[in-house]
Design a protein around this ligand. Structure first.
Ligand code: MTE
Length: 301
């Protein structure tokens, strides 16, 4: 795993990265001074402060449209066409819009956002995305008073996506968030990775990322954002409601029926490295716990 070498990045980037983390930890700016990034998953020392390598982030993927093996997306997504690409925002809005990827990239400034990915299968990565808050994109439309949830829809294109020829999930891939979760500044529209264009296997040209939820909530290659009144049913809830709830907040105290969520394996560590403790809300509790005040998170898993 590559250690972050700060001499390799520009000062603005360091500042932005750190400020981003700091927000996440509720610390003052001065306390960042020159130490390593004050991340997030403490249990096993500062290894958690390291970015996962570009190679691991781009070759160890879940993207069932291209196959269910971890290497399939890298292998089969390379020629996927992401241009032209339009995103529709409709449903409970005053006036639906369609916006092209070019317009999105011109209108919204992508910044580097280092965020942790915790997969429900029990592994994790630390990823330097490029992106901006979903709330900015949603400010392009006026919501009606019935807009209580958002539903994300990924692209359906079985000609190009060999995995969609098999009914492993109901296609297109669908996910959803409550409106306050969608508007939270940490909920990111991802446009790039390691300062470069987003690779196809990571969800090009545009994917969502919600760092305090299990990775499957973060839909790739989205073509539609629909504002809805009722809680949407995601592809995973439809496939196995016992295993996948709507909220899917990272929670070490609520196990998935097949996998303990108490600890995680950091991708890039050697295979003998101990697993580290998983943190509530993936370490973002200071920022997001208040969204769930009073909710029984065992019931609303
Ligand atoms: N989005 C779509 N459209 N299809 C998928 O199969 N897999 C999810 C999520 N988004 C998936 C998806 C899962 S299970 C995870 S862990 C993350 O993407 C993985 O993102 P990454 O490959 O960029 O690490």
């Amino acid at each position: 795993m590559k250690k972050i070498n700060y001499s390799e990045v520009t000062p603005e980037k360091i500042y932005n990265n750190r400020r981003f983390f700091i927000k996440s930890l509720g610390l003052g700016v001065s306390s960042i001074a020159m130490t390593a990034l004050p991340l997030i998953n403490n249990a096993n020392s500062n290894e958690d402060n390291e970015l996962t390598s570009y190679k691991d982030i781009t070759t160890y993927n879940n993207y069932y449209e291209f196959g269910t093996a971890k290497g399939d997306p890298y292998k089969y997504a390379q020629n996927f066409k992401t241009n032209p690409w339009n995103i529709t925002i409709d449903g409970e809005v005053e006036k639906p819009i369609q916006i092209s990827i070019e317009e999105i990239l011109e209108t919204f400034v992508s910044e580097e956002r280092i965020q942790r990915l915790r997969c429900v299968e029990g592994w994790s990565m630390v990823i330097p995305w490029m992106g901006f808050s979903l709330s900015q994109l949603l400010s392009k439309v006026t919501l009606t008073s019935k807009a209580k949830f958002v539903e994300f829809e990924s692209v359906y294109d079985p000609e190009q996506m060999r995995g969609q020829k098999y009914p492993v999930l109901q296609w297109p891939y669908r996910e959803g968030l409550r409106i306050d979760e969608a508007m939270h500044p940490l909920t990111t529209v991802v446009t790039g990775l390691y300062g470069k264009k987003l690779p196809n296997q990571n969800g090009a040209p545009l994917r969502i990322f919600i760092p305090w939820k299990y990775g499957f909530k973060s839909a790739k290659a989205i073509v539609k954002i629909k504002l809805v009144e009722k809680m949407p049913t995601s592809s995973w809830m439809r496939a196995s409601p016992r295993e996948y709830g709507f909220y899917s907040n990272v929670n070490p105290d609520v196990d998935h029926p097949r996998w303990s969520q108490a600890t995680e394996r950091i991708i890039g560590n050697d295979i003998f490295a101990p697993r580290v403790k998983t943190l509530m809300f993936n370490g973002y509790g200071d920022d997001v716990a208040s969204l769930y005040t009073g909710m029984d998170l065992k019931k609303y898993f």
